[in-house]
Design a protein around this ligand. Sequence first.
Ligand code: PXP
Length: 244
Amino acid sequence: MTRLGVNVDHVATVRQARRAPEPDPVTAALLAELAGADGITVHLRGDRRHIRERDVRLLREVVTTRLNLEMAITGEMVEIATRLLPNTATLVPETDEEVTTEGGLDVMARPESVRSAIRTLEGAGLEVSLFIDPDLEQLDAASRIGAGLVELNTAAYAEAVPKGLSEHEPGYRRELDKMVEASEFAASRGIRVLAGHGLTYRNVRPISRIPQVEELNIGHNIVARATLVGMERAVREMLSAMNA
Ligand code: PXP
């Protein structure tokens, strides 16, 4: 069974659209856990466009599964993570202009800053995951700085199947093969593998079937469905799309 981490950022996006107290991502996280989620993920961005520090603080108190904090490698975020102590810190690249995280970390370009963040966060007792593209050179660089856990970026795979799964979509096979090869390569270096970004009820199954992939982090598509059918049903339907 592949585990599911539910990203509740976009519940906070709806709240921040009106700068209102509702809907509360903390409530959404608890409902996701009740429906069987194995973990809760939030991305505290430098611009605080959705999740705020208050959310991370409350989630740390109430989440009973695992709390994963996505964060850029900045002094501010490292300070917050080592103070609030989520179970996992996922290191992601971040720019102000992007709508969502664009691409994985460039570990090859900045091995020392990634290594130093890993050291500080692990020193505080956190598990550290690196969000990287399914690229063997990046994985090799991650292995050389001692990474033990990566989240492979499924955005290119998801973009190759925009209307759902079809063997005829150009690029589908190529992007899935890249995910399989990257997962096997990471495992051969002793690196544990998670995956996420852009996954939907329609495209998730080939990724959850990759044996090395332990857990998927899924946000937008679950929250989108939750606005129509409720969080618990949306989470249950994703779990069955993954593991049926
Ligand atoms: N993993 C990472 C590292 C992300 O930045 C995001 C988006 O916040 C996700 C997974 C979830 O992506 P989506 O919202 O497209 O499911």
